[in-house]
Design a protein around this ligand. Structure first.
Ligand SMILES: Nc1ncnc2c1ncn2[C@@H]1O[C@H](COP(=O)(O)OP(=O)(O)OP(=O)(O)O)[C@@H](O)[C@H]1O
Ligand SMILES: [Mg+2]
Length: 351
């Protein structure tokens, strides 16, 4: 049974349906990410789980207990907010101790809990520092410590690293992941940064327009997206229109126009198909080779990025370039694009 269970939850703000009948099952101890573009309803969903917002319909249950009507401070959750609000006038120790003081914990027990927590987030010895004397990353760790010191069963994190620069964000991603694994607390992280979700989470739910499009492991989301929106949102990808030509057991052939007749394994289609159906075929840039293939093209642009290079290959008759990522030697002159049929991603075509 899942630890956090969200069933048919709906939230409206006036005419706006911010969350549309969302279902979500989060296993105990998981690092789960909610990923989606700005305005898709991530914060609203998180606030309902935390109890800061009431659903218009549906049920949220934690550890088997329905949370309808349970106020935020009685839920086994704690939240790290999108704009990490720590008290600037309090020192680090008092920021972390704040929630415990309200619980009426004894002085020594309180000190021990706070010191242990500061050590966990690598801020030992910094208790006396004022919050406005900290770096962004340190402030973020104070916000984390303040939420974790209450020992929630679920930690809700709303874009916790959004305000940090790239390098610090990447460092904090590694730390946060290690912290989650060592504490064993269920983390539900909201982000619009797909790399962040892919690198940190065990499971990702992709949201758009108040709905969940797909829930899967990072690898499955990347290799087996279930629709064009997910494929497009997670990493770079090339789409090709095609129609199903023939289905013979495990082998499907598609007519993909400029690409010619393309074989695709039957299992690549996670949906029903019949001969003549319009489908979308998709290829990740790193799955396309620049030589040995069957599709003639030429390189229109190249950028060297260290361990790999990115190319835009032009195919006669196709307006947009094909995006190729390669770590091989730089191509000279015309190229012959190719790929392994097992790497073709097949998606339903929706008008
Ligand atoms: N209190 C509110 N009153 C009215 N509309 C709201 C309210 N809160 C959110 N919304 C609307 O609900 C939708 C979802 O907002 P939400 O804050 O959940 O998005 P988000 O996915 O967290 O976006 P971001 O990545 O920008 O933080 C948006 O259209 C937003 O304008
Ligand atoms: Mg938000």
């Amino acid at each position: 049974m899942s630890f956090l269970s969200v069933t048919r939850v709906i939230k409206r703000f006036g005419d706006v349906e911010a969350v549309k009948a969302v279902d979500l099952e989060v296993p105990r101890g998981a690092f789960f990410a909610l990923l989606g573009p700005s305005g898709c309803g991530k914060t609203t969903l998180l606030r309902m789980i935390a109890g800061f917002e009431q659903p218009d319909d549906g049920v949220i249950a934690i550890d088997g207990v329905a949370m309808n009507g349970v106020p935020a401070h009685q839920r086994p959750t704690n939240m790290v907010f999108q704009s990490y609000a720590i008290f600037p006038h309090l020192n680090v120790f008092d920021n972390v101790a704040y929630g415990l003081r309200r619980d009426g914990l004894g002085k020594d027990a309180l000190r021990a809990r706070v010191e242990a927590m500061l050590a966990t987030v690598r801020l030992e010895g910094m208790g006396a520092r004022r919050a406005d004397q900290l770096s962004g990353g340190q402030r973020q760790r104070v916000a984390l410590a303040r939420a974790l010191v209450k020992q929630p069963k679920i930690l809700l994190l709303d874009e916790p690293l959004g305000a940090l620069d790239k390098r610090l964000r990447e460092q904090m991603q590694v730390e946060l992941r290690a912290l989650q694994k060592s504490l064993g607390i269920t983390f539900l992280l909201v982000t619009h940064d797909q790399e962040e979700a892919l690198s940190m989470a065990d499971h990702i739910a992709v949201m758009n327009g108040g709905r969940i499009l797909q829930i899967a492991s990072p690898r499955d989301l990347y290799e087996r997206p279930n629709c064009r929106e997910v494929a497009d949102f997670i990493g770079e990808i090339n789409f090709f229109h095609a129609s199903v030509k023939e289905i013979a057991g495990d082998n499907v052939t598609c007519n993909a126009g400029l690409l010619g007749i393309v074989p695709v394994p039957r299992r690549a289609f996670g949906f029903a198909i019949a001969a003549g159906d319009h489908v979308l075929l998709a290829l990740r840039p790193e799955r396309i080779t620049l030589s040995g293939g069957t599709v003639a093209g030429e390189i229109a642009a190249a950028s060297f990025l260290g361990e790999r290079s990115h190319y835009h290959a032009r195919i006669a008759g196709r307006s947009e370039p094909v995006f190729v990522a390669s770590s091989g030697p730089a191509p000279q002159g015309p190229v012959m694009l190719g790929w392994n049929p097992a790497d073709v991603i097949a998606l339903p075509f929706v008008e």
